[in-house]
Design a protein around this ligand. Structure first.
Ligand code: AMP
Length: 221
């Protein structure tokens, strides 16, 4: 594997970032992951001040303010010992705007632990829209299931804990379309930014089973 590996996964909501992250963590145990959506959902579950604010954004499919996200994720990176030149991690869902990306670079530069690979997952958005209807999640862990492709062993129960799976409130057609539109707007300057830094790669496919080996190969070359 690239040494050290500091990976950013970009991709539309529903493109499989969570599933790819999980597979990478299994394959490369030295990687630690931070999913900005999972961090926010954990704040919402715990009813923190950030959670109360974020809940409105998640419900309506709008973005949480950049300043909140930057302090939240830098705190997570610190907690994971992620701000050192030897750190290995992957980020999923952050940065999501050009301004977040610039701030992240500043923080990482100061600690000499910059990103070294950015992978954009390219999945046909008509397929994503169709698929999202069948997505269920175990909120405490972020484990994702699809009733079509990856059903739980017991219907609507998490395979590991047996706890209930829920449908994310923002996975309904109207809010999801809004999230997708926002993604399509924000990704353009982000993509350009990382292309200029020479660390951007694109991986295309219909399912995570097709996409995953390509991502793994990128990390091994
Ligand atoms: P996700 O689980 O990545 O699809 O994120 C779910 C929701 O959390 C998004 O629709 C946003 O409301 C919020 N969110 C997650 N990451 C970010 C971010 N980097 N910047 C702003 N809002 C975010």
């Amino acid at each position: 594997m690239l040494k050290p590996t500091r990976l950013l996964l970009l991709g539309a909501p529903g493109s499989g970032k969570g599933t790819i992250s999980r597979k990478l963590l299994n394959r490369f145990p030295q990687l630690k992951s931070i999913s900005s959506g999972d961090v926010l959902r954990s704040h919402i579950l715990r009813g923190t001040k950030i959670g109360v604010e974020a809940e409105k954004c998640l419900k309506t499919g709008t973005l949480v303010p950049d300043s909140t996200m930057v302090s939240l994720i830098s705190e997570q990176l610190r907690d994971l010992d992620g701000l050192s030149s030897k750190a290995n991690w992957l980020l999923d869902g952050f940065p999501r705007t050009f301004s977040q990306a610039q701030k992240l670079t500043e923080i990482l530069d100061k600690n000499q632990c910059n990103l070294n690979v950015v992978v954009e997952l390219n999945v046909d958005q008509n397929i994503i829209l169709h698929r999202i209807e069948s997505r269920y999640v175990h909120l405490p862990s972020g484990r994702i299931y699809s009733l079509d492709y990856n059903p739980p062993k017991v219907p609507f129960k998490d395979d590991i804990t047996g706890e209930d799976l829920v449908k994310r409130e923002d996975d309904n057609a109207a809010v999801f379309k809004k999230r997708l539109d926002k993604y399509n707007e924000e990704i353009v300057p982000l993509r350009e930014y990382y292309q200029k830094l020479g660390i951007w790669h694109e991986v295309a496919g219909i399912t995570s089973d097709i996409i995953y080996p390509k991502v793994e190969k990128l990390l091994l070359t």
